[in-house]
Design a protein around this ligand. Structure first.
Ligand code: HAM
Length: 420
């Protein structure tokens, strides 16, 4: 048979309930803070990602699903959402009335990475962006939202890691001292890092190869290269994180895998996913809107890896699988006709009822009710019909009561709602 593409996966009905709960919890929180949903296309011109994420990043160099369309234009399945949201903000002049805009979006992203635990080629992000706010308090608010969300989802063992990448000015200075250092340890670096040291030296700090990590123990810290404004900005972030009692660690090696960042960057990291420690990541990218042809306006945001969040959240997935409120075991043609009408009537009033259409024995219908994990069963056959009643059975306590057929839908509605 034809199988899934490697690195892609199905999210099956038994798991989807938890995904939906997480999405709803996140969306409720973001809406309460004034964020609005934006929906962006799955594909964009390749150039959009190449220019914003950076030509020398892993994503653009080797992970994008890029192909020519029928006219030969290069298009790419989106590897992230930020570039598209910026493009949309510029294209529709969303800054014209008020440059301050707050967006969220939820959807699939595509990166052709080597699949492993917590790493997929199609994965899902919940992305959040604030445009037009220069104050570092916007960064603090984003980290606060992540902190609150993770708390609401009972995510254990995560911590905010923060760093500052400074402004282009301080980064130029840092780049120089870093390259000087990397040249002194070049023979101890992996082949990738020997190349990166000349193309994108900051990325070397992020290499997971043990010998590179060792070689970097004496590397200079970017925090020592910050100019006064960037230093003050980063101090403000820390002061407010402390005031909001959000635990965090300053991590001067946190450089992120996309080139558009400046000043504060952050990740929510977990010990639960092996090498894939980042459940969410983001930061400020003040130059991107202008770089893509818009006005000179600051921006900051983050994206949560939803697949990873589902894996590490402390909630029991089966709790979010909606099992039927009622299973109707109907015996005989007359009962089945009635049962079908009741199911329709209950369904439009929000009660999920199931019925077996195969005219099976009572025993096998009750087994089916158990398999469906229905909370109640309603038993109705010819003898019940002649008595004008049906039997309502609580599938957990096994208690049974007779209920009159007259007004049965209203009675069921009342009883099942009481039980919810
Ligand atoms: P990112 O760090 O590339 O940032 O991705 C954000 C999150 O997406 C990661 O922390 C991780 O949880 C998840 N993720 C990334 N790649 C994979 C994968 N292959 N499989 C599963 N999960 C993955 C961005 O994408 C930026 N656009 C975030 C941002 C928004 N910065 C500012 N605004």
């Amino acid at each position: 048979m034809i199988q899934l593409i490697r690195g892609f996966r199905d999210i099956l009905p038994g798991d989807v309930g938890l995904w939906q709960h997480i999405e709803r919890t996140a969306i409720d929180l973001f809406r309460a803070f004034g964020f609005h949903e934006i929906r962006i296309p799955i594909m964009e011109k390749t150039e959009l990602f190449a220019r914003s994420i950076g030509d020398t990043t892993d994503i653009v160099e080797k992970e994008m699903y890029t192909f020519p369309d029928r006219k030969g234009d290069l298009i790419t399945l989106r590897p992230e959402a930020t570039a598209s949201i910026v493009r949309s903000y510029i294209q529709h002049k969303l800054y014209a009335q008020d440059p301050v805009r707050k967006f969220y979006m939820v959807g699939p992203m595509f990166r052709r990475e080597r699949p492993q635990k917590g790493r997929y080629r199609q994965f899902y992000q919940i992305d959040v962006e604030i445009f037009g706010v220069m104050s570092p308090l916007a960064d603090v608010q984003l980290i606060y939202l992540l902190h609150v969300l993770f708390d609401r989802l009972a995510v254990p063992d995560t911590q905010a890691h923060i760093n500052s990448l400074g402004c282009p000015e301080c980064r130029r200075g840092y780049r120089r001292v870093l390259v000087d250092y990397l040249n002194t340890v070049a023979d101890r670096l992996c082949a990738d890092c020997r190349r990166r040291k000349d193309t994108n030296p900051l990325r070397v700090l992020d290499c997971k190869v043990p010998r590179c990590r060792e070689a970097l123990t004496g590397a200079p810290s970017i925090l020592d290269s910050l100019c006064d404004d960037c230093r003050q900005d980063f101090d403000t972030v820390q002061e407010h994180l402390t005031r909001l009692e959000i635990p965090y660690a300053v991590d001067e090696r946190l450089v992120r895998g996309l080139d558009y960042y400046n000043r504060t960057t952050f990740e929510m990291q977990t010990g639960l996913l092996g090498a894939q420690s980042a459940v969410a990541g983001g930061g400020r990218y003040d130059g991107l809107i202008e770089m893509l042809g818009g006005p000179s306006l600051p921006a900051t945001g983050f994206a949560i890896g939803l697949d990873r969040l589902v894996d590490v959240c402390g909630l029991e997935g089966s709790r979010y699988y909606k099992s039927p409120d009622l299973f109707i075991a109907a015996l005989g043609e007359a009962s089945q006709k009635l049962a079908f009408e009741w199911v329709c009537d209950l369904g439009i009033r929000g009660i999920q009822a199931e019925v077996d259409y195969q005219n099976r024995s009572l025993k096998s219908q009750m087994k089916q009710a158990g398999r469906h994990r229905a909370r109640h069963a309603l038993i109705v056959g010819d003898s019940e019909l002649s008595q004008g009643t049906a039997i309502l059975r609580d599938m957990t306590s096994k208690e049974q009561v007779d209920i009159p057929l007259d007004g049965i839908v209203d009675t069921l509605l009342q009883r099942l709602n009481e039980d919810k």
